[in-house]
Design a protein around this ligand. Structure first.
Ligand code: C2O
Ligand code: CU
Length: 457
């Protein structure tokens, strides 16, 4: 009998375990394709973008914690691509890193991604090939893994914050490979959006409780955000619940970082709340929350922490193996030379190939991993930023904790901002076998040399 989705459902009561291929037939597709959308301010024309299903952001993929996510990725773009499921502690073969875990999915080809999402939280997906160009053109989308028992909220909303570089005709500025960007702070744009739109209204009610999932999907810009007319706590960072919810005052998100907030609408009827961008002369409203009606007469009790995910607990830090990661290069840096493909080159020759940064003296993906960990081992990496720029270091496949000088441990994260001249120590349990990329998520920096990898056996 050939199983279709219908017969599968009809017989499921009697069925035992079915082979995977049966499910595979019903896989949903995720198509990367050119599209057109209004992104710029009113009065400007639509922008040609690259998007999943032709839109920015791509569709929200939702699954329950522990469920299998299956998507047939179809590449209709004019260049090779892939899908990386950012922040998911995933099977290495599904990590989507072209040049490390897979080949590019060529134009016109497809690839099935099939993985279990072990942790609830806010994640996202994006390409991992020519990422600096493909993400600047609009390729990204949210991946929401729901708790078995989600917190009690009235609305659960995702806002992907992006920084676009548009021409005066509202086209994507195609200067993706400017030495000026690659050697400085990356491609910084001239137009910031939430969910690919000019500022828009999102209606709410007084005392309504909203879960806000904020994701920085910009190539390189660090966002300082704030909320107005909404009060509450942050409950998760980079998908992982905080042990204790924290009062929200300043929301700083480096590229790829996320924050989940649970807030109540405190702006009165007829007024409006807002999600604002800070850092300019004036706060800029990305999303307006006009208040119409009342959800309940008073605010709800403060939310409980989200249930912890099954992330392994750090082992003994005294006996953990330690590694150094030295970041060098960039404009105003001291780097004189670095290795590329096993060859020592001086800074000028590196620059002529668009390589401006090095990790432990190597520009670009090194032949040998930064470290080889035994499965289950606790590893400490000291990240030393000897450059004049901040870097958003992202480790694939794991969440780590920062270690304070006093021995304190920070919250679980998958991306940490290392400020200029700062040193940050991170520790994680290497429980997931495979080859895992470790790079700056400022995409021009990745492109210009700032990437390495670790191996877990
Ligand atoms: Cu958002 Cu290498 O990833
Ligand atoms: Cu960087």
């Amino acid at each position: 009998m050939k199983l279709t989705r219908r017969t599968l459902l009809a017989t499921s009561a009697a069925a035992t375990l079915l082979p995977r291929s049966v499910f595979a037939q019903t896989a949903l597709t995720l198509t990367a394709v050119e599209g057109s959308q209004h992104i710029a301010p009113e009065g400007y024309p639509d922008t040609n973008i690259w998007g999943y299903e032709g839109g920015v952001p791509g569709p929200t993929i939702r699954a329950k914690q522990g469920e299998t996510v299956v998507r047939e990725f179809v590449n209709k773009l004019p260049q090779g691509s892939s899908v990386h499921w950012h922040g998911v502690r995933i099977d290495n073969a599904m990590d989507g890193v072209v040049g490390l875990t897979q080949d590019a999915v060529a134009s016109g080809q497809s690839m099935r991604y099939d993985f279990v999402a072990p942790d609830a939280g806010t994640y996202w997906y994006h390409p991992h090939n020519r990422t600096w160009e493909q993400m600047a053109r609009g390729l990204y989308g949210p991946l929401i893994i729901e708790e078995t028992t989600p917190p009690d909220v009235d609305q659960d909303e995702v806002f992907l914050i992006d920084d676009w570089r548009l021409t005066q005709e509202a086209a994507i500025d195609e200067s993706f490979e400017q030495a000026m960007d690659w050697s400085h702070g990356g491609r910084i744009g001239n137009w910031v959006t939430a969910n690919g739109k000019a500022p828009f209204d999102h209606p709410v009610k007084l005392n309504e409780r909203i879960r806000l999932r904020l994701i920085n999907v910009a190539n390189s810009r660090i966002f300082e955000l704030g909320i107005e007319g909404l009060e509450g706590v942050s409950v998760a960072l980079d998908g992982q619940p905080l042990d204790k919810p924290m009062a929200v005052d300043r929301i700083s998100l480096a590229p790829a970082q996320r924050m989940d907030l649970i807030v109540d609408v405190t702006a009165q009827e007829g007024q409006q709340g807002a999600l604002v961008l800070r850092g300019g002369d004036q706060d800029y409203q990305l999303v307006r929350f006009p208040v119409a009606g009342m959800a309940r007469p008073a605010r709800m009790a403060p939310p409980a922490p989200l249930p912890a995910n099954p992330v392994p607990v750090l082992g003994d830090l005294q006996s953990a193996r330690r590694f150094d990661l030295l970041m060098e290069g960039g404009a105003m840096g001291q780097m004189r030379q670095a290795m590329v493909d096993g060859e020592m080159r001086d800074a000028r020759s590196l620059a002529s190939d668009g390589q401006f940064w090095a990790l432990n003296g190597v520009a670009g993906l090194p032949e040998a991993p930064l470290l080889v960990a035994e499965r289950g081992e606790t590893i400490i990496v000291r990240i030393i930023n000897d450059t004049a720029f901040a870097h958003a270091m992202h480790l694939h496949g794991f969440h780590f904790r920062t270690l304070g000088a006093d021995g304190s441990q920070g919250p679980l994260r998958d991306t940490v901002l290392v400020e200029r001249t700062e040193t940050v120590e991170i520790a994680f349990v290497a429980d997931n076998p495979g080859d895992w990329l470790f790079h700056c998520h400022m995409l021009e920096h990745t492109a210009a040399g700032m990437l390495t990898w670790i191996e877990v056996t």
